[in-house]
Design a protein around this ligand. Structure first.
Ligand code: PRP
Length: 219
């Protein structure tokens, strides 16, 4: 639970919308940062919490690192998949929140990879994909898409995809199979480096409270 104190400095937390949001809000609630139903339903993107000094920004998962890198948000919550694609040193990543767990996988029409001189791969994770195929010595042409990657092998745009797999239902519905697991993914808390210097009490209080909560859930 966060400390009760007056004169706390304002903290903005950028939270990824979509699959992460509900679980992130639950974690924040458990450390005493609560958002009312009416505020959530208001469609506002800057949301007040029960803490006068803490507001939330609800943004696209891939935009969270940008908000935090530039210091527009002090803290961010987004997936490790997104962080692996982000190329900045403006933030620390002090906490694995252990929520929204899934896997980054290579998948295709068959469980085995076709033997091709150059493999065409559709993904919204070009950096991860490049590293992965380089690491296993396969020459790959990466085609960047921003969603519905599962379509690419079906229509012949790509030989395989690199994408998140959670329940596996999307792959199954599109007759695709996992070829290889690339990385386990979960949501992380990131902190703007300058904010940590300027607002150490407020930010460390949130990190510490979440860390204790997560340890408790794990143990
Ligand atoms: C992800 C991913 C898959 C789906 C996998 O998309 O791109 O399409 O989830 O989940 P499953 O294994 O439980 O079926 P997401 O819903 O995050 O939306 P996005 O397309 O905007 O990334």
């Amino acid at each position: 639970m966060l400390h009760e104190k007056t004169n706390l400095k304002k903290i903005l937390i950028a939270v990824a919308k979509g699959r992460i949001l509900d679980e992130a809000l639950n974690l924040l609630k458990d450390v005493g940062v609560k958002v009312s139903d009416s505020e959530m339903k208001s469609r506002k993107l800057k949301i007040k919490t029960n803490r006068a000094n803490v507001d939330l920004l609800v943004v696209r998962a891939a935009d969270v690192p940008t908000y935090v890198d530039y210091g527009a948000a002090d803290i961010g919550i987004t997936g490790k998949d997104v962080l692996l694609e982000s190329d900045t040193d403006g933030y620390y990543e002090p906490l694995d929140l252990k929520i929204s767990k899934c896997r980054l996988c290579a998948a295709g029409l068959n469980k085995t990879r076709p033997d091709l001189p150059v493999l065409r791969v559709a993904t919204k994770y070009p950096r991860v994909a490049n590293n992965y195929y380089q690491g296993i010595g396969i020459q790959a042409e990466i085609i960047t898409l921003y969603g519905s990657m599962e379509l690419a092998p079906i229509v012949g745009l790509a030989d395989e995809i690199v994408d998140l797999v959670d329940t596996g239902k999307t792959l199954k519905a599109n007759n695709l199979s996992v070829i290889d697991d690339i990385k386990d993914i979960s949501s992380r808390l990131i902190v703007n480096k300058a904010s940590l210097k300027v607002k150490p009490f407020e930010i460390n209080d949130i990190i510490d409270a979440l860390q204790i909560l997560i340890k408790g859930k794990d143990g």
